[in-house]
Write a protein that binds this ligand. Structure first.
Ligand code: CDP
Ligand code: MG
Length: 818
């Protein structure tokens, strides 16, 4: 308690120093003149070359001069041999045929919506049309075009492509900017960036000064100022929805072209290749099956509707045109399983029997991509680099890796790319002839009633399937293999739900506040497709409870910091407190661990051994601290290159460990961005070995995820305020205990199957809950105390609860008076 008291006193001092003047703080921390170095760098790369705004005659002259240089350069390229060849290629794209229509529409309207099939030239051509026409008009240096991409990799690859189409290097007239990385020069007039970068820029510069055109590709965000031209682009055809949202903005559709693609569903694949499905070859390595099962049990209405419609579809399906062997094989097909064995077989079949051409394999996410890659590398043909170039493509890959995807392999080598749905619309790999589609994608789903978010694989929509299929017909007629029966495809929904209806909205609410867009519920009610009121209220309530918003829905100091960290607020809170209290190292591991797939593996046949293995990392009733120990052990073992052995012995996932390792770096640089830390190794880790303190930080992050521990003679039971009795997952270290010497558990996630189950939990004491539950910053003491008081009163005798509360009040006063 003494320690906590010291810590809290320090914390109070720290935050009040940071927020000496709360009003000006929130402005200051985002203002252009802020001394916060990383925010300035972030902007620095983004800033307009030379102050357009100065408007002096000299400036005007300089810009005119530069404009004519740009024009000369452009003309020289267009007249060169290579330039002419490139132009010929560009003219063959469907978008080029609409060039004049598009430019006229942009000239005459503030908002223009453009739709056109993937690969028709929206991303690479349309920003270029605008740039070229500005340069041709000899005002090139006056324009500034921003084109946003949903992901880093597409921003980088597209900018490279456009620069090369213009015969330039990156950083001349074309550049890119993604978080912590970018290339941009004095004359860069067309900038490809991620949506996140544009949002950050909006935080500091609502009017986008100097920007002439914003192109939002793969439509995401909307609402801009008046002189600005806004161009929205999309591959799918729900463009009318956007047009009516923007008061009937004109809609241009680019008619597409693709070569015919032959479609094979599972039954055809089995017939063609002679592969037989059996119950055992339907079970994948790496616990895949377990993962699918979980997704099926999760109580999400929409999902279970789809799952059951898939099962209905299977029941009703009629395979009588197929041989009895195939019918039998189909009856073994397991819709909860991704079918690694089948994919391996089919890939080797293609390599042996099919014409040349790259293969694109759509998987659900990074974890099964890397598991599949391991499996394929062990295969005699697919793992032979002289025959197969095996690559992966996902959102978080390194730039060097990205380039390989677009390169053509040597003759006789077949390129196979394992990808997430990133290659569905955002990036185009040219030489693809074969597509394998597992039919699923990871999507966040959210159930407002249970208030539980989750990232789970689920069946994709028909529109996604068509997109995936279309990727095979780009250069010649192609083949698409769907790894599920036709009847399942027929049961897919037409479109995917927009993300706004699938996420828990907490981060979005914080963004709305930091962009000063007024009342959250009012703003969201004006959205293109508004989320449910209940979901919005839940999010606002949650943000108040954790101290990110005050009673009047204004951002608190904590809230301001949270908007700078693009992670879930609860994780952001832990990072912030870990940084402030100088115990960052374990906190980075915990937050990273909560962001990846559970690194503790529980193979079905070795469940007991695995759970015992986990137990050796725990001496203190915390799954989170067990993770920290496991990671530290792995890190040590890695030094002797024994990381893999270590994982094998301890039932840990080496992939998750590696992912944690790189996420830690990512989070560290985010924290540096906020200005909360400068150094790391020494200054931020003075208290890293104090497990009481780490426990307190976990509580600070996970609150109000809390349940009480009630002991009876032989064991204990658990209870939350909302659900009553709850249970622990069997692989929690706390599930093996008969006593827990603390009265509370904080938990990260609860899932309702038949009963409510808690995943990863950490036991905490009264004093920790009392001091770290809810917000610990100035202001609104009563607001969050009401909530905490609710918990205490629910579980304790009123007199004790009241005593605790008055202690906490005293404590808050102490902090405030400091
Ligand atoms: O944005 P959209 O899907 O409409 O197409 P895009 O990305 O502009 O691509 C248009 C065409 O440019 C593609 O069909 C490819 O042939 C070519 N392209 C390429 O060769 N290399 C790239 N890195 C990107 C596009
Ligand atoms: Mg595109």
């Amino acid at each position: 308690f003494g320690l906590l008291k010291r810590v809290n006193a320090y914390l109070g001092e720290y935050l009040s120093k940071k927020s000496r003047n709360k009003e000006s703080f929130s402005d200051n921390c985002f203002s252009r003149s802020s001394s916060n170095s990383s925010i300035v760098t972030e902007e620095g790369l983004f800033e307009q070359p030379e102050p357009l705004a100065s408007g002096t005659a000299v400036m005007e002259k300089i810009l005119l001069r530069r404009s004519s240089l740009l024009r000369d350069q452009q003309q020289a390229w267009q007249e060169s041999l290579e330039g002419r060849e490139m132009l010929e290629f560009r003219q063959s794209l469907p978008a080029y045929k609409e060039k004049d229509t598009i430019l006229t529409a942009i000239l005459q309207n503030q908002v223009v919506i453009i739709s056109g099939e993937t690969g028709c030239g929206k991303t690479t051509q349309i920003p270029q049309f605008i740039l070229e026409s500005e340069i041709d008009s000899a005002r090139g240096a006056f324009c500034s075009i921003i084109c946003t991409q949903p992901r880093r990799i597409s921003a980088i690859s597209v900018s490279e492509r456009v620069a090369s189409e213009r015969g330039e290097k990156l950083g001349e007239s074309v550049g890119y900017k993604v978080r912590l990385e970018g290339i941009k020069g004095r004359d860069t007039r067309l900038l490809f960036c991620t949506t996140g970068i544009l949002l950050r820029r909006l935080l500091v510069d609502r009017n986008l000064k100097g920007v002439t055109h914003v192109i939002v590709d793969e439509i995401h965000e909307r609402g801009m100022n008046e002189e600005l031209k806004l161009i929205l682009m999309s591959a799918t055809l729900d463009a009318e929805l956007f047009s009516s949202y923007f008061d009937g903005a004109p809609l241009i559709h680019i008619p597409g072209f693709t070569y015919p693609v032959r479609t094979h569903f599972l039954e055809n694949i089995l017939e063609m290749t002679g592969y037989r499905l059996t119950p055992s070859n339907q079970i994948d390595d790496y616990g895949q099956e377990r993962m699918w099962k979980m997704s099926k049990q999760a109580p999400r209405k929409r999902k279970s509707q789809i799952v059951s419609s898939v099962e209905d579809a299977l029941r009703a399906a009629d395979f009588k045109d197929f041989s009895p062997q195939i019918q039998e094989s189909l009856s073994c097909w397991n819709p909860d399983c991704i079918g690694f064995n089948l994919i391996e077989y089919l890939l080797s079949y293609i390599c042996e029997n099919e014409r040349p051409g790259a293969v694109l394999v759509f998987m659900t996410g990074w974890d099964d991509i890397s598991s599949l890659k391991d499996k394929l590398q062990a295969h005699p043909v697919l793992g032979d680099p002289s025959r197969v170039l095996l690559l992966t493509c996902h959102g978080s890959m390194a730039s060097s890796e990205q380039k390989l995807i677009f390169e053509e392999p040597e003759d006789g080598v077949r390129k196979i790319v394992l990808t997430t749905n990133i290659a569905e619309t955002s990036i185009t790999i040219n030489d693809v002839v074969f597509v394998l589609d597992c039919g699923k994608a990871k999507e966040t789903s959210y159930d407002a009633l249970n208030n539980t978010p989750c990232l789970l694989p689920s069946w994709v929509s028909k529109v996604s399937t068509q997109q995936r299929r279309g990727r095979a017909g780009r250069v010649q007629p192609g083949e698409c293999y769907h790894l599920y029966p036709r009847c399942v495809y027929d049961a897919f929904t037409e479109y995917q739900l927009p993300e706004i209806l699938r996420t828990p909205l907490q981060s979005l609410c914080l963004q709305i506040k930091s962009l000063k867009l007024g009342s959250i519920s009012e703003f969201l009610s004006r959205a293109l497709q508004s989320p449910k009121l209940l979901a919005v209220q839940n999010a606002i309530e949650y943000l108040k409870v954790i101290g990110a918003l005050d009673e009047n829905e204004n951002l608190t100091v904590l809230g301001c910091y949270l908007t700078m960290l693009p992670v879930e607020p609860k994780l952001g809170k832990m990072l912030i407190l870990g940084a402030i209290l100088n115990c960052l190292d374990p906190v980075l591991t915990i937050v990273a661990g909560l962001s990846v797939r559970d690194p503790f593996l529980t193979p079905l046949d070795k469940k007991d051994l695995a759970e015992t293995a986990k137990l050796q990392f725990s001496h203190d009733h915390s799954d989170h601290l067990a993770l920290v120990r496991a990671y530290e052990g792995w890190k040590e073992a890695e030094k002797d290159l024994a990381g893999y052995d270590y994982c094998w012995k301890n039932f840990l996932s080496a992939q998750s460990m590696k992912a944690i390792d790189s996420l830690r770096e990512e989070f560290l640089s985010l924290l540096k961005d906020t200005g909360l830390i400068d150094g790391y190794a020494t200054s931020c880790n003075d208290w890293s070995y104090d497990q009481h303190l780490i426990r307190a930080i976990i509580c600070y992050g996970l609150y109000p995820g809390i349940c009480s521990v009630v002991h009876n003679e032989k064991s204990f039971s658990l209870k939350t305020m909302e659900d009553g009795p709850v249970l622990l997952y069997s692989n929690s270290v706390n599930a093996r205990e008969s006593r827990i010497p603390y009265p509370w558990l904080v938990f990260n996630e609860k899932i309702k199957v038949n009963s409510v189950f808690l995943r990863d939990s950490t036991a905490v004491s009264d004093s920790v809950l009392l001091l770290f539950g809810g917000s610990i910053s100035r202001g609104d003491v009563d607001g969050h105390l009401k909530m905490l008081g609710g918990y205490l009163e629910f579980f304790m005798q009123p007199a004790i609860a009241e005593k605790y509360l008055s202690l906490r009040r005293e404590f808050d006063e102490l902090i405030q008076n400091k």
